[in-house]
Design a protein. Structure first.
Length: 172
């Protein structure tokens, strides 16, 4: 029979090879494989000492990655981290990097990307689709509506030709 500590180290290393993990995720994986709690705790403490298990670094990297790739709001990112067992204080610290302007810019970028595919939709249906897109990513209703309103207003302005764009034959 294999040494439980050796088994635990192998499980942790395998999990960390795929992607960074929170301490709680690793503890859950060890418990699922029948590793005794005291052995799991000892192994996770040792991995923490050498810097391979660090919830603060994990949370910071998670926020940067998910906010950039998925455009998730602070609220949605916080929920994901809490589900992964990251301490509330660490979650709050990791979310400090996302200010209101960054969150607005991410939301606006998502709406602008989606705008083209909604051009032929009924205006009310389009509004609902765009606000719904942001709601599913965890954005507050007020911010979602403001972003959609701003993007649609900018689109309307850009579609109206200026005087120098109107052909002279139309001006007569």
């Amino acid at each position: 029979m294999a040494d439980p500590e050796s088994v635990a180290r192998t499980i942790v290393l395998t999990k960390l090879t795929a992607r960074a993990r929170s301490r709680q995720e690793l503890a859950d994986a060890l418990a699922a494989r029948g590793v005794p709690d005291e052995v799991a705790s000892r192994v996770l403490d040792r991995f923490g000492e050498v810097g391979l298990v660090d919830d603060a670094a994990f949370a910071k990297a998670w926020v940067e990655s998910r906010q950039t790739s998925r455009g998730l709001s602070r609220r949605a990112l916080g929920l994901e981290l809490r589900r992964k067992g990251v301490d509330t204080e660490i979650v709050e610290e990791s979310l400090e990097s996302i200010d209101d302007e960054t969150e607005y810019a991410a939301a606006r970028g998502m709406v602008e990307k989606k705008l083209r595919s909604t051009r032929n939709a009924d205006p009310q249906a389009r509004w609902r689709q765009l606000v719904g897109l942001l709601a599913r990513r965890g954005y507050a209703p007020g911010l979602a509506m403001r972003v959609v309103k701003d993007v649609l207003a900018a689109e309307a302005e850009s579609s109206v030709p200026s005087d120098d764009q109107v052909p002279t034959s139309w001006a007569k």
